[in-house]
Write a protein that binds this ligand. Structure first.
Ligand code: SAM
Length: 292
């Protein structure tokens, strides 16, 4: 077994050897605690026939643990300066493929076809760059990739929103978007001290397990998300007010919106944050003929 990358001493050695300086703009906060890394990987339930997709390997701290506990790791790194470092630190692990790409621009499905052919169990496991956490998660879910789920480190505040239940102040259109595709649970709270440099915010690890079928079956997914976003546009407004002011030609269609709300037995004076995902599903199906 090789010496772990994720210790304060080894990390410092690697950074010094290459004269690496952190770029805050790329959300570079590297993990220096092997114990935490192992617990993150535990939550992914990998086996030696699984593959892991990593976003942002940094100097390879998490990549290494994934390589030891899966068949293949495919890691997307945007920062060119890290490529020679990764080639060095990950040289003991021939089952790692580092891809120099912005994950938001990458054709991940194509890379899965090329690099992970024949592997049935694929998990995304990442210590995410915090400046783009939500776009990355939404891209991976919306593209309906053949993944079992995502285990990701992110800001605790975002984790709270992703896993929020109706009726809480964290619950919003992001909670619904994520819970439509997955079952979301916060599995760890992580102290700032396990990163270098330390982030300004608290961190948590979330596990998103992809559902076999979406949480609700709706006529039109795009319209469903449009309705949920509209319903939360102004949190203090009623669902009726938000829908009339946010949907295209909502004001002209006010009477029909009221009828649709009655049809699905949702009181027009409720606030969006009290509606369950099933209620949003029924509501968007009832509104669909009015707006399409
Ligand atoms: N996995 C390493 C660890 O845990 O120590 C590094 C995690 S660090 C929070 C985030 C990493 O994502 C950095 O290596 C950064 O360069 C990379 N990154 C930032 N934006 C990215 C993007 N759009 N696509 C791919 N990688 C990105």
């Amino acid at each position: 077994m090789h010496k772990d990358i994720a210790t304060p001493v080894r990390t410092r050695e690697i950074l010094d050897k290459y004269g690496f300086s952190f770029k805050k703009s790329l959300g570079q906060n590297f993990l220096i605690d092997t114990n935490i890394l192992n617990r993150i990987v535990d939550h992914a339930n990998l086996t030696d026939s699984s593959a892991a997709i990593e976003v942002g390997p940094g100097i390879g701290a998490l990549t290494e643990q994934l390589a030891r506990r899966s068949k293949k790791v495919m890691a997307f790194e945007i920062d060119q300066r890290l490529l020679p470092i990764l080639a060095d630190t990950l040289s003991p692990y021939p089952n790692v493929k580092v891809i120099h790409q912005d994950i938001l621009k990458a054709d991940v499905q194509q890379y899965i076809n090329e690099e992970l052919a024949g592997i049935d169990d694929i998990m995304v496991v990442a210590n995410l760059p915090y400046y783009v956490t939500t776009p990355i998660l939404m891209k991976l879910l919306e593209e309906k990739l053949p993944i079992r789920g995502i285990v990701g480190m992110l800001q605790k505040e975002v984790a709270d929103r992703l896993a929020a239940k109706p009726g809480t102040k964290e619950y919003g259109s992001l909670s619904i978007a994520v819970q439509y595709y997955t079952v979301a649970e916060t599995v760890m709270i992580v102290p700032k001290t396990v990163f270098i440099p330390q982030p300004n915010v608290d961190s948590a690890v979330i596990r998103l397990t992809v559902r076999e079928k979406p949480a609700v079956i709706v006529k039109d997914e795009h319209f469903f998300f449009q309705v949920t976003r509209a319903s939360f546009a102004q949190r203090r407004k009623t669902i009726l007010n938000n829908l009339t002011s946010q949907l295209p030609n909502g004001k002209q269609n006010k009477e029909q919106i009221i009828s649709a709300l009655r049809e699905v037995e949702i009181d027009e004076s409720r606030r969006g944050e009290t509606l369950s995902i099933e209620e949003f599903g029924r509501l968007s199906d009832a509104l669909y003929p009015i707006f399409n």
